[in-house]
Design a protein around this ligand. Structure first.
Ligand code: ZN
Ligand code: ZN
Length: 145
């Protein structure tokens, strides 16, 4: 995904906060909270205010360039998004987050919920938690010791 192209196609300038926030998220393997993004940028001598970080994240969310991913305590964080319908799986040990594709993934569940509640389901947010391959290995050696 070329976010620079998407920003300009939608008529948005590549301002310093937008550029720095996206560049940071591009290299992150874990979802980052607005506070973490702010601190991280300050450590890199980038003087962008927290309000500006929030505003930037709002815009990037609206443009679907970033996605909300929740941590283990269900606090919101942000990751760069790819196009298409997808969800995230988050490691409970190292907090690494990966995207996985979804399509008719929860059709059966939606049908059951509609039957039970008489709601018409229009959207969903699904996120899974588990142990990544690296942390599974670490856990195994821990057991043997
Ligand atoms: Zn892990
Ligand atoms: Zn889905």
């Amino acid at each position: 995904m070329d976010w620079k192209v998407i920003l300009s196609q939608k008529g948005y300038r590549l301002s310093e906060p937008r550029k720095r926030v996206i560049e940071l998220l591009e290299t992150a393997e874990v979802a980052l909270s607005p506070q973490q993004i702010h601190q991280n940028l300050q450590q890199k001598d980038c003087d962008i205010g927290l309000v500006s970080v929030y505003r930037t994240l709002d815009l990037l969310t609206k443009l679907e360039l970033v996605t909300l991913v929740y941590d283990l305590q269900h606090n919101p964080g942000y990751m760069l998004s790819t196009t298409g319908h997808h969800h995230h799986i988050v490691c409970q040990e190292c907090h690494k987050a990966l995207e996985f594709s979804g399509s008719d993934d929860i059709d059966q569940l939606v049908e059951r919920v509609e039957a039970e509640t008489s709601f018409q389901v229009r959207d969903h947010f699904l996120q899974l938690f588990g142990l990544c391959p690296d942390c599974q290995l670490n856990n195994d050696t821990g057991d043997q010791l």
